[in-house]
Design a protein around this ligand. Structure first.
Ligand SMILES: [Ca+2]
Length: 375
């Protein structure tokens, strides 16, 4: 759930070097070099900590001590820096994006995850109205079912983005405020739960656990779904499943509603400019879509509620179009990208098909003789 470009999300798996697995030979030199990068040396960071301590009733000395252990990470700044170079030679492609997330390894891992957690997935659907394929799609796209949960200390990542966010970002003040809020939540939670904030590892944006929750989402939507008294999104797949479902419920998921429909275009004319203007925000009824020249398929004409025409580019080739519902939009509240939402949907569908196939293979043969002898 990092609110980043999907490109950055993909980069996470490939680029996140395990910075805590340095050889012993280098670690001493690195530790010495790292001293100057501590936020304990930064007056504005310590002032920020004192204000937070006062606001939240946290011990100020403890808070200063924790911030004193936070290190500025240049790698985090690099990963967060918007590209200013010449335009990429490869145009955006849904086909390429999809192939990164929907592959046999991820589908097989998803099948095992679904089978091992079938009871929790069923209970999550009963409790929150979010079906298994969406939860399985999210956890698969985010971390390949826990394989890539990130190797950055969350404390370091959040402190770096809170106090040293790359200055060339067009919405710098907003981003700084966001990450200072996340750091404040992270430290407040650690203080309340008597946890050591230096222990948690996550993405370069500070996202944690199987579903990559930011600290504010963890505080607001984290669920102790296995009932052991704590919310653990790293080691408890059951907690992660309940928490992802609860996050969706809190972001407008409508139980029983489709995510998307296919679309055909009226050969006599389609008002693409009007249809695409609201982007992924559902804004048209099925009848309005029809009048504008986009024909909802797969039962989409009977859909109640607003719809959006979603355009997914394919480089030089023709774009892919689908009609997104409020539930398609709900998936983009996890990560603001239609490509991301479509990948979550498609991975969920592929895994569901693999689970279905496996259950048919292992099902006992129907008692044919009994059927034959029936009157
Ligand atoms: Ca738990």
């Amino acid at each position: 759930m990092n609110r980043l470009l999907p490109v950055a999300l993909v980069c996470l798996a490939a680029c996140a070097l395990p910075s805590y697995a340095q050889s012993p030979k280098n670690s001493k030199a690195r530790a010495a070099a790292a001293v100057d990068n501590s936020y304990g040396q930064r007056a504005e960071a310590l002032r920020w900590a004192d204000t937070l301590a006062q606001q939240q009733g946290i011990d100020a000395a403890w808070l200063r001590q924790q911030l004193g252990q936070a290190q500025k990470l240049e790698q985090v700044r690099r990963l967060m820096t918007p590209s200013t170079g010449p335009k990429k030679t490869t145009a955006r492609s849904w086909a390429v994006y999809r192939s990164r997330f929907i592959d046999p390894v991820r589908v097989q891992a998803g099948k095992r995850f679904w089978q091992e957690n079938a009871a929790a997935l069923e209970r999550a659907e009963q409790t929150y109205g979010v079906p298994p394929e969406i939860i399985v799609g999210i956890i698969g796209v985010e971390t390949i079912y826990g394989r890539n949960m990130g190797n950055f200390r969350v404390l370091d990542a959040l402190a770096t983005l809170a106090f040293d966010y790359p200055a060339n970002h067009p919405r710098l003040a907003e981003r700084v405020a966001y990450f200072q809020g996340e750091l404040a939540q992270f430290l407040t939670t650690a203080w309340s739960a008597r946890q050591d904030p230096t222990q948690a590892l996550g993405s370069f944006a500070g996202a944690m656990g199987l579903g990559q929750f930011m600290p504010s989402s963890l505080a607001r939507f984290g669920v102790d779904f296995d009932g052991d008294g704590k919310v653990d999104l790293y080691n408890s797949t059951v907690d992660a499943i309940g928490s992802v479902a609860n996050y969706f419920r809190g972001h407008g998921w409508q139980p029983g509603m489709a995510v998307q429909y296919g679309v055909a275009f009226n050969p006599n004319g389609t008002d693409m400019a009007t249809l695409l203007a609201p982007d992924i925000k559902p804004s048209f009824t099925a009848d309005q879509m029809l009048q504008l020249g986009a024909i909802p398929l797969d039962g989409g004409m009977r859909h109640q509620g607003p719809l959006a025409l979603v355009e997914l580019l394919n480089g030089e080739d023709a774009p892919t179009y689908v009609i997104g519902t409020q539930n398609f939009y709900a998936i983009t509240r996890y990560n603001m990208s239609s490509y991301y939402a479509m990948a979550v949907h498609d991975l969920g569908q592929e895994v569901a098909a693999a689970v279905q196939e496996a259950s048919l293979d292992s099902a006992p043969q129907a008692p044919r003789a009994a059927a034959a002898s029936a009157p």
